[in-house]
Design a binder for this molecule. Structure first.
Ligand code: DC
Length: 223
């Protein structure tokens, strides 16, 4: 079977990365988490003491930023300039600031190019916000994963509890709604569904069901 590009977009906590990782493993594809790239860039900018909305300073920093994904279990490692930031980029100081960095034109241009290079050979499952619209507009499979704000906050709440993080559910709902707003109203590459993407609403679906549905779509596209 030919190895294609699979684009998975959708709002925060819709289950994109969980589902994308499983699909990549089942198909023997590479998984690329583009959100981690925006998070890693936010980390690099903070380390460099750059104001997160200073597009010119970010533009100057980006050519020197080395960003690598290293396969590992249970999760891929994210390495920035030689430092393993896999865990650090999930901390609130990154999560609450990444939207600002992701709205800067130079950052989007640079990371889009890196993502296109990673995906060029096919055999890739890439998740993000603008993969089907901007990064891989010709991807043969485009999925738009959705779930209600309440359901997404609940999922994040459960994940947090496992990690010993105690943010109240209402706060998570507010944070998710705020991130949705920022991601979908920014000028460049806002979160929007590509016209040819297939929507999968996961609000009342389990992970297995979502994976099965997407694999059916992949099967049809590669048949
Ligand atoms: O999926 P995530 O929460 O790790 O994404 C982190 C941030 O990066 C989020 O605010 C949206 C942004 N992002 C983006 O603008 N474009 C992408 N392709 C992926 C993520």
């Amino acid at each position: 079977m030919k190895k294609i590009q699979i684009a998975i977009d959708g709002p925060a906590s819709a289950g994109k990365s969980t589902v994308a990782k499983i699909i990549a493993r089942k198909l023997g594809y590479v998984y690329c988490d583009t959100g981690a790239m925006y998070r890693a860039t936010t980390y690099a900018a903070q380390q460099a003491g750059i104001a997160l909305d200073d597009d010119a300073a970010l533009k100057a920093m980006l050519p020197t930023m080395k960003l690598e994904f290293v396969p590992d279990e249970p999760e891929q490692r994210v390495i920035v300039n030689g430092t393993d930031v896999t865990r650090t980029i999930r901390l609130p100081e990154i999560t609450n600031n990444v939207s600002v960095v992701a709205a800067q034109p130079s950052v989007r241009a640079d990371l889009t190019k890196r993502q296109q290079d990673i995906a060029a050979a096919g055999g890739i499952v890439m998740d993000g916000r603008d993969i089907g619209t901007t990064v891989l507009p010709n991807a043969p499979v485009k999925i738009f994963l959705e779930a209600s704000v309440h359901e997404r906050a609940l999922r994040r709440f459960k994940e947090n509890q496992e990690k010993g993080i105690d943010t109240p559910l209402e706060v998570l709902e507010q944070e998710i709604a705020a991130r949705d707003k920022k991601d979908s109203t920014r000028k460049i590459s806002p979160l929007t569904k590509a016209p040819d993407a297939i929507t999968v609403d996961t609000t009342s679906m389990g992970i297995e069901q979502v994976v099965t549905r997407i694999l059916e779509i992949v099967q049809e596209a590669t048949a």
